[in-house]
Design a protein around this ligand. Structure first.
Ligand code: ADE
Length: 232
């Protein structure tokens, strides 16, 4: 492994790393700032991709094609779909998919991407194991599970949609970037993992819970990445 890409969607999600990073260079491509340097003994490119799947895909492709990243970590927050999960619990992606991809009108399964060999993109098993063991060291009172992360260009704050994500995809949590990052890594043959701390339960109170828990959830994610990076 030569260089690791660390992607967060929002400033809050990457600022926690920026504070501890030795930044050697900042490159701006496609209106995105890429922070190149070292953190916790590893060569990294840290970046805020912006919100949503398109922003995430653009950013990931630049990391791979222009900045020679050969492993991608996506960290941040998510809404819990699995009823066993509480705010502050962690989901480490086993796989990711895009829940708002809908070509059912042509007989495809919901989420299925026509003319691709898969629409469920598996995370790297080795990275997943390392992340789970790092998470177990960081979290004292919260759960960490391996599970399915589903992404869409929707902040899920509606019980009906939440139930559908569980029924249709067996989702564990939902956010707005991970599957686009996973998809981009998959077609480039680059290993990835998505690490998400639950900021809300993707229901009617998601907006309020999000604001209350987002900072603490981000702090936990950072500690996990810190331990995990030291181990890989
Ligand atoms: N990120 C954090 N919470 C989320 C939610 N409920 N829906 C989509 N993305 C999120």
């Amino acid at each position: 492994m030569n260089r690791i890409g660390i992607i967060g969607a929002m400033d809050e999600e990457i600022d926690v790393f920026k504070e501890e990073m030795e930044i050697k260079e900042v490159k701006s491509i496609a209106n995105i700032d890429f922070y190149i340097g070292n953190i916790y003994g590893k060569s990294v490119v840290l970046v805020r991709c912006g919100i949503g799947k398109v922003n995430a895909a653009i950013c990931t492709q630049i990391l791979i094609s222009e900045l020679n990243v050969d492993l991608v970590i996506n960290t941040g927050v998510a809404g819990a779909i699995n009823d066993e999960l509480d705010v502050m619990d962690i989901v480490v992606s086993t796989d990711v998919l895009q829940h708002d991809f809908d070509v059912t009108g042509f007989g495809y399964q919901l989420g299925e991407i026509p003319r691709m060999d898969t629409f469920i993109f598996p995370a790297d098993a080795h990275l997943v194991e390392k992340t789970v063991s790092a998470s177990e060291r960081v979290l004292k009172n919260n759960k960490v599970i391996k599970g399915r992360v589903v992404s869409g260009d929707i902040f899920v704050s509606d019980m009906k949609l939440k139930e559908n994500l569980l029924k249709n995809f067996s989702a564990d949590c939902t956010e707005m970037e991970g599957a686009a990052i996973g998809h981009t890594c998959y077609v480039n043959n680059i290993p990835f993992v998505v690490i998400r701390a639950m900021s809300d339960k993707a229901d009617g109170s998601a907006g309020t819970n999000y604001n209350e828990f987002v900072q603490e959830a981000i702090a936990n994610s950072k500690e996990i990445v810190k331990i995990m990076l030291k181990q890989i």
